[in-house]
Design a protein around this ligand. Sequence first.
Ligand SMILES: Cc1cc2nc3c(=O)[nH]c(=O)nc-3n(C[C@H](O)[C@H](O)[C@H](O)COP(=O)(O)OP(=O)(O)OC[C@H]3O[C@@H](n4cnc5c(N)ncnc54)[C@H](O)[C@@H]3O)c2cc1C
Length: 424
Amino acid sequence: MTNKALNVRKQEKEAPLLCRCDVAVAGGGVAGIAAALAAARQGADVALLEKQCVLGGLATSGLVTVYLPLCDGRGNQVSYGLAEELFHLSVRYGAQRKYPKAWLEGGTKEERIAKRYEVQFNPVYFQLLAERLLKEAGVRIFYDTLVSQAVLEIGTGEKAFGPAEVSREVSSAEKRIKELIVETAEGRGAVRAKSYVDATGDARVFRAAGAPVQRYEKGNILAAWYYGVSGGRLMLRQLGTVEESDCMSKERHTDKPLSSRRFGGMSWEDNSQFLQLAHEQMLLDMEARRREDKDFEAALIPGMAQFRMICRIEGKASLRQKDRECYLEESIGMAADWRRRGYVYEIPFGCLCASGFPNIFAAGRIISSDEEMWEVSRVIPACAVTGEAAGIGAALHSQRGQVDLQQLQDCLREQKQILHFREI
Ligand SMILES: Cc1cc2nc3c(=O)[nH]c(=O)nc-3n(C[C@H](O)[C@H](O)[C@H](O)COP(=O)(O)OP(=O)(O)OC[C@H]3O[C@@H](n4cnc5c(N)ncnc54)[C@H](O)[C@@H]3O)c2cc1C
């Protein structure tokens, strides 16, 4: 038996095939939910692989429950399609705060300028409603399933495991993901799809495949958002709000950093330290609240580390600050800068694709962007827009072995996405 055949036998024994499907989506945050739903609506057989036991990622388990604006701050909606559908889903049983009446019940342009199309939602309803929606669309959800490695087919069909061998031996060949290796309650297994979406929030699949990525070198500030309850009302305590920047408008609240330390979010040590420092800050705040308010009770703490940026791909194209309001032929939808009014960007499909990796698409906070635009691409509406496009792209790829941009854009338009600023 050849070495290659032996390797295949060994891998099959160590990682038995758990599932075959058209599209496998790694990560069930907002981007993964949108990707899985969009792919299933194109008729693909979809598996969604999520390491936690609930959906929503940072937006629910991370208690980041502010759905930032779908509008440009000048009274125009810019993000549509699943970004809007998931917005509505998040407030099906009512908004917690910031109810955008002028947008949801009809209002004048002036009212829509005064109050942007954003909301604070209840994370528990969103988690459960998203799960129901995906099941109704036929998506198979694999909870408690961690994607750990990618098995590649390279050029002529040769296989390699993990990034090290790939970058050393065959860096120029086209690499197709053949399977994802997952860790489950039964041990190690494999999920085989025709195409894949990486919606892990830290580009885990692209990194495992050896694709080029950019880490967040500056590092994240400490964040410790949690929920308390008082007088029967849930309150989101936002400790560690976003950093002040030149383009931040006055209406966005910021406060002093909780710590001078910064965190990249890509080492076990960093993550453990971040979580413990965040927990300590939460406890201190709870103790202070209890002293001030005898009704106060702690309600929920986050189930994942609140890193804003970790890692993004180096794509065929990037979201660039200088493309503000520019017409981009490749656009798959738009996102507004939540920090300031009147800044809108078309997102080119190339932000979701890495050269040489034809059957994997990026979604959410890992898409390719320049450093400044990461602040725009990482927030919930943009994650839903890119998730939807990645899901449709993966479904089309699974059917035809390639993505025709025109067809992708037609599908997005059918789903009511608006692609260009001039179409508003
Ligand atoms: C402190 C803070 C405040 C923020 N404030 C706002 C705000 O006010 N409004 C706003 O719109 N956005 C805000 N954001 C940003 C926004 O919440 C997130 O960037 C967005 O929700 C990311 O969505 P995502 O789906 O790309 O990634 P994630 O939400 O990170 O989802 C990734 C999912 O993949 C899963 N996963 C990861 N690795 C694996 C693996 N190996 N195998 C299987 N599953 C895996 C994770 O469990 C998770 O469910 C904030 C973020 C932070 C940290």
